[in-house]
Design a protein around this ligand. Structure first.
Ligand SMILES: [Fe+2]
Length: 144
């Protein structure tokens, strides 16, 4: 699997959110870069722990933004965040029990983040925000 490289196709059009997504990408790249030399168990634990802490912060920021813009699909979007958190928790548990498949972990994280960022984030709240008029959400558009 190739390295996970950020490009504009992932941009939601809001710099603060793009930066947070880039940080998530960087965490996943650690799985690739160090996956060969480090113990996979140790690495999986580190990445899952980091990710678990950071997604709580990131999802909260995203949900606050969507609430601020009165995004209609907020609840649905929050549900997908919660499902992801549950999945990460499940994999953390598997890792602690010695049952985690490293390739499955890598693929799950990559697939989920790419689909989520390009779909629900970029084409969801990102597109909705871009189509807003400056007079309806001036403070949000100023951040762009
Ligand atoms: Fe999201």
């Amino acid at each position: 699997m190739g390295r996970f490289i950020w490009s504009d196709i992932y941009s939601v059009g809001i710099p603060a959110m793009d930066e947070q997504h880039q940080r998530l990408f960087a965490m996943l790249n650690d799985l690739h870069l160090h996956g060969v030399e480090a113990s996979q168990t140790e690495l999986a634990r580190t990445v899952l722990d980091q990710l678990f802490d950071y997604i709580a912060e990131h999802f909260a920021a995203e949900e606050a933004l969507m609430a601020e813009m009165a995004y209609p699909a907020l609840e649905e979007h929050k549900t997908t965040h919660r499902q992801f958190v549950r999945q990460v928790l499940k994999m953390r548990k598997q890792e602690r029990q010695g049952n985690l498949n490293f390739d499955v972990l890598q693929e799950f994280l990559m697939d989920w983040l790419v689909l989520h960022i390009k779909g629900r984030d970029r084409d969801g709240y990102g597109a909705a925000l871009v189509s807003e008029r400056a007079d309806t959400a001036p403070s949000l558009l100023e951040r762009r």
